[in-house]
Design a binder for this molecule. Sequence first.
Ligand SMILES: Cc1ncc(COP(=O)(O)O)c(C=O)c1O
Ligand SMILES: N[C@@H](CCOP(=O)(O)O)C(=O)O
Length: 461
Amino acid sequence: MNYISTRGTITPIGFKDAVMMGLATDGGLLLPETIPALDRSTLEAWRTLSYQELAFNVMSLFATDMPAGDLKRLIDTSYATFTHAEITPVVKKDGVHILELFHGPTLAFKDVALQFLGNLFEYLLKERGERMNIVGATSGDTGSAAIYGVRGKENINIFILHPHGKTSPVQALQMTTVLDPNVHNIAARGTFDDCQNIVKSLFNDLPFKERYALGAVNSINWARVLAQVVYYFYAYFRVAEPFGSEVVFSVPTGNFGDIFAGYVAKRMGLPVQKLLLATNENNILARFVTEGDYSLGDVVPTVSPSMDIQLASNFERYLFYLFDEDPARVCQAFAALPTKGRIDFSPAEMARVRDEFISRSVNETETIETISSFHAETGYILDPHTAVGVKAARELVTDGTPAICLATAHPAKFAEAVVRAVGFEPPRPASLEGIEQLPSRCQLLDADRDSIKAFIEEKAR
Ligand SMILES: Cc1ncc(COP(=O)(O)O)c(C=O)c1O
Ligand SMILES: N[C@@H](CCOP(=O)(O)O)C(=O)O
Protein backbone atom coordinates (compact mmCIF):
# COMPACT_ATOMS: atom_id res chain seq x y z
CA MET A 1 0.00 0.00 0.00
CA ASN A 2 1.39 3.39 -0.97
CA TYR A 3 0.49 6.79 0.41
CA ILE A 4 -0.25 10.01 -1.45
CA SER A 5 -0.84 13.59 -0.34
CA THR A 6 -4.13 15.48 -0.40
CA ARG A 7 -2.15 18.26 -2.14
CA GLY A 8 -1.00 15.87 -4.85
CA THR A 9 2.70 16.61 -5.27
CA ILE A 10 4.62 13.92 -3.41
CA THR A 11 5.88 10.70 -4.94
CA PRO A 12 3.87 7.84 -3.40
CA ILE A 13 5.60 6.31 -0.34
CA GLY A 14 5.13 3.18 1.78
CA PHE A 15 3.50 2.97 5.23
CA LYS A 16 6.75 3.20 7.22
CA ASP A 17 7.86 6.33 5.36
CA ALA A 18 4.37 7.83 5.72
CA VAL A 19 4.54 7.36 9.51
CA MET A 20 7.93 9.04 9.63
CA MET A 21 6.88 11.89 7.33
CA GLY A 22 3.85 12.88 9.45
CA LEU A 23 2.64 15.96 7.58
CA ALA A 24 3.25 15.51 3.84
CA THR A 25 6.19 17.59 2.60
CA ASP A 26 3.87 19.48 0.23
CA GLY A 27 1.80 20.68 3.24
CA GLY A 28 -0.99 18.15 2.69
CA LEU A 29 -2.10 15.10 4.63
CA LEU A 30 -1.19 11.56 3.69
CA LEU A 31 -3.80 9.04 2.59
CA PRO A 32 -3.61 5.47 1.27
CA GLU A 33 -3.74 5.32 -2.53
CA THR A 34 -6.81 3.11 -2.21
CA ILE A 35 -9.06 2.11 0.65
CA PRO A 36 -9.49 -1.68 0.67
CA ALA A 37 -13.09 -2.85 0.31
CA LEU A 38 -14.08 -5.80 2.51
CA ASP A 39 -16.65 -8.40 1.57
CA ARG A 40 -19.21 -9.86 3.94
CA SER A 41 -17.30 -13.10 4.47
CA THR A 42 -14.25 -11.16 5.70
CA LEU A 43 -16.41 -9.18 8.10
CA GLU A 44 -17.96 -12.40 9.37
CA ALA A 45 -14.54 -13.97 9.85
CA TRP A 46 -13.42 -10.93 11.87
CA ARG A 47 -16.47 -10.94 14.09
CA THR A 48 -15.11 -13.06 16.93
CA LEU A 49 -11.51 -11.85 16.91
CA SER A 50 -9.95 -10.34 20.03
CA TYR A 51 -9.20 -6.61 19.86
CA GLN A 52 -5.53 -7.31 19.20
CA GLU A 53 -6.27 -9.84 16.45
CA LEU A 54 -8.70 -7.44 14.82
CA ALA A 55 -6.15 -4.61 15.02
CA PHE A 56 -3.64 -6.84 13.27
CA ASN A 57 -6.09 -7.72 10.49
CA VAL A 58 -7.14 -4.11 9.88
CA MET A 59 -3.67 -2.60 10.13
CA SER A 60 -1.93 -5.18 7.97
CA LEU A 61 -4.11 -4.09 5.02
CA PHE A 62 -2.53 -0.64 5.25
CA ALA A 63 0.92 -1.39 6.71
CA THR A 64 2.00 -3.74 3.96
CA ASP A 65 5.71 -3.04 4.40
CA MET A 66 5.69 -4.17 8.05
CA PRO A 67 6.72 -7.79 8.73
CA ALA A 68 3.65 -9.56 10.19
CA GLY A 69 5.45 -10.79 13.33
CA ASP A 70 6.74 -7.29 14.15
CA LEU A 71 3.33 -5.68 13.64
CA LYS A 72 1.72 -8.31 15.91
CA ARG A 73 4.31 -7.76 18.62
CA LEU A 74 3.88 -3.97 18.51
CA ILE A 75 0.11 -4.33 18.79
CA ASP A 76 0.35 -6.75 21.73
CA THR A 77 2.86 -4.56 23.59
CA SER A 78 0.79 -1.42 23.00
CA TYR A 79 -2.46 -2.80 24.35
CA ALA A 80 -0.85 -4.59 27.31
CA THR A 81 -0.97 -1.27 29.20
CA PHE A 82 -4.79 -1.09 29.02
CA THR A 83 -6.78 -1.90 32.14
CA HIS A 84 -9.71 -3.61 30.39
CA ALA A 85 -9.26 -7.06 28.82
CA GLU A 86 -11.41 -6.01 25.84
CA ILE A 87 -9.39 -2.78 25.32
CA THR A 88 -12.45 -0.86 24.02
CA PRO A 89 -15.54 -2.53 25.55
CA VAL A 90 -19.11 -1.55 24.67
CA VAL A 91 -21.59 -1.15 27.52
CA LYS A 92 -25.33 -0.65 27.07
CA LYS A 93 -27.07 1.92 29.25
CA ASP A 94 -30.71 2.81 28.79
CA GLY A 95 -30.72 1.76 25.14
CA VAL A 96 -27.51 3.68 24.36
CA HIS A 97 -24.40 1.72 23.38
CA ILE A 98 -21.33 3.34 24.91
CA LEU A 99 -18.01 2.50 23.34
CA GLU A 100 -15.57 3.04 26.20
CA LEU A 101 -12.30 4.28 24.75
CA PHE A 102 -10.74 5.45 28.01
CA HIS A 103 -9.13 2.32 29.47
CA GLY A 104 -5.61 3.26 28.43
CA PRO A 105 -2.92 4.78 30.66
CA THR A 106 -4.04 8.43 30.25
CA LEU A 107 -7.79 7.79 30.28
CA ALA A 108 -8.80 9.05 26.82
CA PHE A 109 -9.33 7.58 23.35
CA LYS A 110 -5.99 8.99 22.26
CA ASP A 111 -4.24 6.11 24.04
CA VAL A 112 -5.64 3.62 21.55
CA ALA A 113 -3.51 5.09 18.78
CA LEU A 114 -0.71 6.78 20.69
CA GLN A 115 0.52 3.83 22.74
CA PHE A 116 0.84 2.02 19.40
CA LEU A 117 2.46 4.99 17.64
CA GLY A 118 5.03 5.44 20.44
CA ASN A 119 6.14 1.81 20.05
CA LEU A 120 6.04 2.05 16.25
CA PHE A 121 8.30 5.12 16.27
CA GLU A 122 10.77 3.36 18.57
CA TYR A 123 10.81 0.33 16.25
CA LEU A 124 11.27 2.39 13.06
CA LEU A 125 13.98 4.58 14.59
CA LYS A 126 15.94 1.52 15.75
CA GLU A 127 15.62 -0.03 12.31
CA ARG A 128 16.96 3.16 10.70
CA GLY A 129 19.51 4.01 13.42
CA GLU A 130 17.92 7.46 13.74
CA ARG A 131 16.61 9.83 16.43
CA MET A 132 13.44 11.93 16.38
CA ASN A 133 12.07 15.11 17.92
CA ILE A 134 8.30 14.84 18.19
CA VAL A 135 6.45 18.14 18.03
CA GLY A 136 2.72 18.09 18.77
CA ALA A 137 -0.21 20.31 19.71
CA THR A 138 -2.89 19.36 22.19
CA SER A 139 -6.15 20.69 23.52
CA GLY A 140 -5.65 18.32 26.44
CA ASP A 141 -5.68 14.61 25.64
CA THR A 142 -3.29 13.96 22.73
CA GLY A 143 -0.48 15.53 24.78
CA SER A 144 -0.56 13.21 27.77
CA ALA A 145 -1.21 10.09 25.65
CA ALA A 146 1.75 10.93 23.38
CA ILE A 147 4.00 11.76 26.33
CA TYR A 148 3.10 8.51 28.06
CA GLY A 149 3.71 6.62 24.81
CA VAL A 150 7.32 7.85 24.44
CA ARG A 151 8.48 8.90 27.93
CA GLY A 152 11.94 7.61 28.68
CA LYS A 153 12.47 6.26 25.15
CA GLU A 154 16.15 6.54 24.20
CA ASN A 155 15.96 7.89 20.68
CA ILE A 156 12.98 10.25 21.06
CA ASN A 157 12.44 13.76 22.45
CA ILE A 158 8.91 15.11 22.71
CA PHE A 159 7.70 18.74 22.66
CA ILE A 160 4.00 19.26 23.37
CA LEU A 161 2.26 22.63 23.05
CA HIS A 162 -0.97 23.16 24.95
CA PRO A 163 -3.06 26.34 25.25
CA HIS A 164 -2.16 27.84 28.64
CA GLY A 165 -5.07 27.64 31.12
CA LYS A 166 -7.46 26.17 28.57
CA THR A 167 -7.24 22.46 29.37
CA SER A 168 -8.80 20.92 32.48
CA PRO A 169 -6.48 21.04 35.53
CA VAL A 170 -6.08 17.23 35.51
CA GLN A 171 -5.23 17.21 31.78
CA ALA A 172 -2.48 19.80 32.35
CA LEU A 173 -1.08 17.85 35.31
CA GLN A 174 -1.08 14.57 33.37
CA MET A 175 1.39 16.25 31.01
CA THR A 176 3.46 18.50 33.22
CA THR A 177 4.10 15.99 36.03
CA VAL A 178 6.02 13.71 33.66
CA LEU A 179 9.61 14.69 34.42
CA ASP A 180 11.57 12.34 32.13
CA PRO A 181 14.39 14.32 30.52
CA ASN A 182 13.06 13.62 26.99
CA VAL A 183 9.69 15.30 27.76
CA HIS A 184 9.15 19.06 27.18
CA ASN A 185 5.82 20.74 27.84
CA ILE A 186 5.12 24.19 26.47
CA ALA A 187 2.09 26.16 27.69
CA ALA A 188 1.40 28.67 24.91
CA ARG A 189 -0.49 31.90 25.53
CA GLY A 190 -3.15 31.26 22.89
CA THR A 191 -5.72 28.74 21.67
CA PHE A 192 -5.35 25.16 20.47
CA ASP A 193 -5.71 26.47 16.90
CA ASP A 194 -2.67 28.72 17.49
CA CYS A 195 -0.71 25.71 18.78
CA GLN A 196 -1.74 23.53 15.83
CA ASN A 197 -0.88 26.28 13.33
CA ILE A 198 2.59 26.64 14.85
CA VAL A 199 3.18 22.89 14.74
CA LYS A 200 2.08 22.72 11.11
CA SER A 201 4.25 25.67 10.17
CA LEU A 202 7.29 23.99 11.81
CA PHE A 203 6.58 20.85 9.78
CA ASN A 204 6.26 22.98 6.64
CA ASP A 205 9.71 24.51 7.34
CA LEU A 206 11.40 21.61 5.54
CA PRO A 207 15.05 22.45 6.45
CA PHE A 208 14.01 22.69 10.13
CA LYS A 209 11.96 19.49 9.87
CA GLU A 210 14.91 17.66 8.38
CA ARG A 211 17.60 19.12 10.69
CA TYR A 212 15.67 18.15 13.83
CA ALA A 213 14.04 15.00 12.42
CA LEU A 214 10.55 16.13 13.41
CA GLY A 215 7.94 13.46 14.07
CA ALA A 216 4.16 13.97 14.31
CA VAL A 217 1.88 12.51 16.97
CA ASN A 218 -1.21 14.48 16.05
CA SER A 219 -3.79 12.92 13.79
CA ILE A 220 -1.96 14.47 10.86
CA ASN A 221 -0.02 11.20 11.21
CA TRP A 222 -1.81 8.48 9.24
CA ALA A 223 -0.91 5.84 11.85
CA ARG A 224 -3.13 7.70 14.35
CA VAL A 225 -6.16 7.45 12.08
CA LEU A 226 -5.41 3.84 11.18
CA ALA A 227 -5.26 2.65 14.80
CA GLN A 228 -8.58 4.42 15.47
CA VAL A 229 -10.32 2.63 12.55
CA VAL A 230 -10.07 -0.65 14.49
CA TYR A 231 -12.54 0.17 17.27
CA TYR A 232 -15.32 1.02 14.81
CA PHE A 233 -15.14 -2.60 13.60
CA TYR A 234 -14.80 -3.93 17.13
CA ALA A 235 -17.88 -2.02 18.36
CA TYR A 236 -19.94 -2.94 15.30
CA PHE A 237 -19.29 -6.64 15.93
CA ARG A 238 -20.52 -6.27 19.54
CA VAL A 239 -23.71 -4.35 18.68
CA ALA A 240 -25.09 -5.16 15.21
CA GLU A 241 -28.03 -7.55 15.33
CA PRO A 242 -28.71 -9.19 12.92
CA PHE A 243 -25.18 -9.22 11.50
CA GLY A 244 -25.02 -6.95 8.47
CA SER A 245 -27.60 -4.47 9.76
CA GLU A 246 -26.68 -0.80 9.99
CA VAL A 247 -25.63 1.26 13.00
CA VAL A 248 -24.97 4.96 13.66
CA PHE A 249 -21.76 6.09 15.35
CA SER A 250 -22.05 9.28 17.38
CA VAL A 251 -18.64 10.93 17.55
CA PRO A 252 -17.78 13.94 19.73
CA THR A 253 -15.71 15.93 17.26
CA GLY A 254 -12.98 18.58 17.34
CA ASN A 255 -10.07 17.93 14.99
CA PHE A 256 -12.11 15.49 12.83
CA GLY A 257 -9.58 12.67 13.34
CA ASP A 258 -11.81 10.24 15.19
CA ILE A 259 -14.81 10.63 12.92
CA PHE A 260 -12.54 10.43 9.87
CA ALA A 261 -11.41 7.00 11.13
CA GLY A 262 -15.12 6.06 11.17
CA TYR A 263 -15.44 7.36 7.62
CA VAL A 264 -12.56 5.09 6.54
CA ALA A 265 -14.26 2.10 8.23
CA LYS A 266 -17.49 2.97 6.37
CA ARG A 267 -15.63 3.18 3.06
CA MET A 268 -14.09 -0.21 3.80
CA GLY A 269 -17.60 -1.63 3.90
CA LEU A 270 -18.65 -1.50 7.56
CA PRO A 271 -22.46 -1.16 7.55
CA VAL A 272 -22.70 2.35 8.97
CA GLN A 273 -25.95 4.16 8.20
CA LYS A 274 -24.63 7.59 9.25
CA LEU A 275 -21.75 9.12 11.13
CA LEU A 276 -23.13 11.56 13.68
CA LEU A 277 -20.77 14.51 14.01
CA ALA A 278 -21.41 16.01 17.45
CA THR A 279 -19.78 19.31 18.42
CA ASN A 280 -19.86 21.72 21.34
CA GLU A 281 -20.37 25.47 20.75
CA ASN A 282 -17.29 25.43 18.49
CA ASN A 283 -19.62 24.27 15.81
CA ILE A 284 -18.08 25.04 12.43
CA LEU A 285 -18.35 21.37 11.42
CA ALA A 286 -21.98 21.10 12.57
CA ARG A 287 -22.80 24.25 10.58
CA PHE A 288 -21.05 22.70 7.61
CA VAL A 289 -23.18 19.53 7.70
CA THR A 290 -26.51 21.13 8.56
CA GLU A 291 -26.30 24.44 6.66
CA GLY A 292 -23.39 24.04 4.24
CA ASP A 293 -21.72 26.92 6.11
CA TYR A 294 -18.00 26.29 6.57
CA SER A 295 -16.93 29.70 7.82
CA LEU A 296 -14.27 30.21 10.48
CA GLY A 297 -15.19 31.90 13.76
CA ASP A 298 -13.41 32.47 17.07
CA VAL A 299 -12.73 29.62 19.47
CA VAL A 300 -14.95 29.79 22.56
CA PRO A 301 -14.10 27.99 25.82
CA THR A 302 -16.53 25.21 26.81
CA VAL A 303 -16.94 22.43 29.39
CA SER A 304 -15.61 20.00 26.78
CA PRO A 305 -12.27 21.79 26.26
CA SER A 306 -10.62 19.10 24.13
CA MET A 307 -13.08 19.98 21.36
CA ASP A 308 -12.48 23.76 21.52
CA ILE A 309 -11.19 23.83 17.96
CA GLN A 310 -12.14 25.81 14.84
CA LEU A 311 -9.81 24.61 12.13
CA ALA A 312 -10.13 20.82 12.14
CA SER A 313 -6.98 19.33 10.71
CA ASN A 314 -8.42 16.11 9.26
CA PHE A 315 -11.25 17.87 7.47
CA GLU A 316 -8.76 18.17 4.61
CA ARG A 317 -8.66 14.38 4.30
CA TYR A 318 -12.44 14.26 3.95
CA LEU A 319 -12.43 17.11 1.42
CA PHE A 320 -10.05 15.10 -0.74
CA TYR A 321 -12.77 12.46 -1.13
CA LEU A 322 -15.60 14.98 -1.38
CA PHE A 323 -13.69 16.69 -4.21
CA ASP A 324 -13.44 13.35 -6.06
CA GLU A 325 -9.77 12.87 -5.09
CA ASP A 326 -8.78 15.99 -7.00
CA PRO A 327 -5.78 17.56 -5.18
CA ALA A 328 -6.06 20.76 -7.25
CA ARG A 329 -9.45 21.48 -5.67
CA VAL A 330 -8.07 20.80 -2.18
CA CYS A 331 -5.18 23.23 -2.84
CA GLN A 332 -7.61 25.83 -4.16
CA ALA A 333 -9.88 25.56 -1.09
CA PHE A 334 -7.01 25.87 1.41
CA ALA A 335 -5.22 28.64 -0.51
CA ALA A 336 -8.37 30.80 -0.34
CA LEU A 337 -9.35 29.95 3.27
CA PRO A 338 -7.08 32.42 5.13
CA THR A 339 -8.38 35.41 3.12
CA LYS A 340 -11.98 34.29 2.47
CA GLY A 341 -12.44 32.69 5.92
CA ARG A 342 -14.70 30.07 4.36
CA ILE A 343 -14.96 27.19 1.91
CA ASP A 344 -18.01 27.04 -0.36
CA PHE A 345 -19.70 23.82 -1.46
CA SER A 346 -22.10 23.04 -4.29
CA PRO A 347 -25.61 21.64 -3.58
CA ALA A 348 -24.49 18.30 -5.08
CA GLU A 349 -21.52 18.16 -2.70
CA MET A 350 -23.71 18.98 0.28
CA ALA A 351 -26.12 16.22 -0.73
CA ARG A 352 -23.21 13.77 -0.62
CA VAL A 353 -22.11 15.09 2.78
CA ARG A 354 -25.61 14.58 4.17
CA ASP A 355 -25.72 11.09 2.75
CA GLU A 356 -22.86 10.21 5.07
CA PHE A 357 -23.14 12.54 8.06
CA ILE A 358 -25.76 13.97 10.37
CA SER A 359 -24.79 16.58 12.90
CA ARG A 360 -25.80 18.50 16.02
CA SER A 361 -24.08 21.18 18.06
CA VAL A 362 -24.67 20.75 21.80
CA ASN A 363 -24.33 23.71 24.15
CA GLU A 364 -23.03 23.89 27.71
CA THR A 365 -26.43 23.77 29.41
CA GLU A 366 -27.40 20.71 27.36
CA THR A 367 -24.07 19.01 28.11
CA ILE A 368 -24.39 19.46 31.87
CA GLU A 369 -28.07 18.46 31.77
CA THR A 370 -27.19 15.29 29.82
CA ILE A 371 -24.53 14.23 32.34
CA SER A 372 -27.04 14.85 35.11
CA SER A 373 -30.07 13.09 33.58
CA PHE A 374 -28.04 10.16 32.24
CA HIS A 375 -26.60 9.63 35.71
CA ALA A 376 -30.05 9.84 37.30
CA GLU A 377 -31.44 7.30 34.82
CA THR A 378 -28.57 4.82 34.65
CA GLY A 379 -26.06 5.54 37.45
CA TYR A 380 -23.39 5.99 34.73
CA ILE A 381 -21.24 9.13 34.66
CA LEU A 382 -20.48 10.55 31.21
CA ASP A 383 -17.54 12.87 30.64
CA PRO A 384 -18.59 16.18 29.01
CA HIS A 385 -17.24 15.22 25.56
CA THR A 386 -19.11 11.91 25.61
CA ALA A 387 -22.22 13.74 26.84
CA VAL A 388 -22.14 15.90 23.70
CA GLY A 389 -22.30 12.73 21.58
CA VAL A 390 -25.00 11.09 23.72
CA LYS A 391 -27.22 14.19 23.62
CA ALA A 392 -26.85 14.43 19.84
CA ALA A 393 -27.64 10.71 19.41
CA ARG A 394 -30.75 10.90 21.60
CA GLU A 395 -32.04 13.83 19.55
CA LEU A 396 -31.16 12.61 16.07
CA VAL A 397 -31.25 8.81 16.10
CA THR A 398 -34.89 8.04 16.70
CA ASP A 399 -35.69 5.41 14.05
CA GLY A 400 -34.55 2.40 16.09
CA THR A 401 -31.11 2.13 14.46
CA PRO A 402 -28.58 1.24 17.18
CA ALA A 403 -26.55 4.30 18.14
CA ILE A 404 -23.00 3.64 19.30
CA CYS A 405 -21.70 6.65 21.25
CA LEU A 406 -17.95 7.00 21.48
CA ALA A 407 -16.94 7.64 25.11
CA THR A 408 -13.76 9.54 24.42
CA ALA A 409 -12.55 10.30 27.94
CA HIS A 410 -12.90 9.24 31.56
CA PRO A 411 -15.09 11.64 33.57
CA ALA A 412 -12.40 12.04 36.26
CA LYS A 413 -10.41 14.17 33.80
CA PHE A 414 -13.22 16.76 33.89
CA ALA A 415 -14.29 16.72 37.53
CA GLU A 416 -15.46 20.35 37.59
CA ALA A 417 -18.11 19.79 34.91
CA VAL A 418 -19.19 16.52 36.51
CA VAL A 419 -19.59 18.16 39.92
CA ARG A 420 -21.81 20.82 38.33
CA ALA A 421 -23.95 18.06 36.84
CA VAL A 422 -24.23 15.44 39.56
CA GLY A 423 -23.03 17.21 42.69
CA PHE A 424 -19.99 15.04 43.43
CA GLU A 425 -16.59 14.21 41.95
CA PRO A 426 -16.41 11.06 39.83
CA PRO A 427 -14.31 8.29 41.42
CA ARG A 428 -10.66 8.69 40.43
CA PRO A 429 -8.75 5.88 38.75
CA ALA A 430 -5.52 4.96 40.56
CA SER A 431 -3.35 6.77 37.98
CA LEU A 432 -4.77 10.17 39.05
CA GLU A 433 -4.46 9.68 42.83
CA GLY A 434 -2.37 12.47 44.34
CA ILE A 435 -1.49 14.01 40.97
CA GLU A 436 -1.84 17.56 42.38
CA GLN A 437 0.96 16.83 44.86
CA LEU A 438 3.51 15.75 42.24
CA PRO A 439 6.31 18.08 41.09
CA SER A 440 5.76 19.49 37.61
CA ARG A 441 7.73 21.14 34.80
CA CYS A 442 6.42 23.33 31.97
CA GLN A 443 7.67 26.30 29.93
CA LEU A 444 5.24 29.21 29.48
CA LEU A 445 5.75 30.92 26.09
CA ASP A 446 3.87 33.26 23.76
CA ALA A 447 2.01 31.49 20.97
CA ASP A 448 4.70 32.72 18.66
CA ARG A 449 6.34 30.43 16.14
CA ASP A 450 9.86 31.86 16.52
CA SER A 451 9.92 31.63 20.33
CA ILE A 452 8.74 28.04 20.17
CA LYS A 453 11.19 27.18 17.43
CA ALA A 454 14.03 28.66 19.52
CA PHE A 455 12.94 26.62 22.56
CA ILE A 456 12.96 23.41 20.51
CA GLU A 457 16.38 24.24 19.04
CA GLU A 458 17.76 24.75 22.54
CA LYS A 459 16.39 21.51 23.98
CA ALA A 460 16.52 19.12 20.99
CA ARG A 461 19.02 16.29 21.33
C1 LIG B 1 -12.02 13.70 24.99
C2 LIG B 1 -12.06 14.09 23.56
N1 LIG B 1 -13.21 13.91 22.89
C3 LIG B 1 -13.32 14.24 21.59
C4 LIG B 1 -12.26 14.81 20.89
C5 LIG B 1 -12.44 15.13 19.45
O1 LIG B 1 -11.77 14.20 18.65
P1 LIG B 1 -11.20 14.64 17.24
O2 LIG B 1 -10.23 15.75 17.51
O3 LIG B 1 -10.54 13.42 16.71
O4 LIG B 1 -12.34 15.10 16.45
C6 LIG B 1 -11.05 15.03 21.58
C7 LIG B 1 -9.88 15.63 20.92
O5 LIG B 1 -9.38 15.20 19.98
C8 LIG B 1 -10.94 14.63 22.92
O6 LIG B 1 -9.80 14.75 23.56
N1 LIG C 1 -8.52 17.09 21.11
C1 LIG C 1 -7.17 16.86 20.73
C2 LIG C 1 -6.69 17.87 19.73
C3 LIG C 1 -5.59 17.30 18.88
O1 LIG C 1 -6.13 16.34 18.06
P1 LIG C 1 -5.34 15.23 17.28
O2 LIG C 1 -6.28 14.08 17.26
O3 LIG C 1 -5.04 15.78 15.94
O4 LIG C 1 -4.08 14.90 18.01
C4 LIG C 1 -6.31 16.80 21.97
O5 LIG C 1 -6.78 16.27 22.96
O6 LIG C 1 -5.21 17.25 22.00
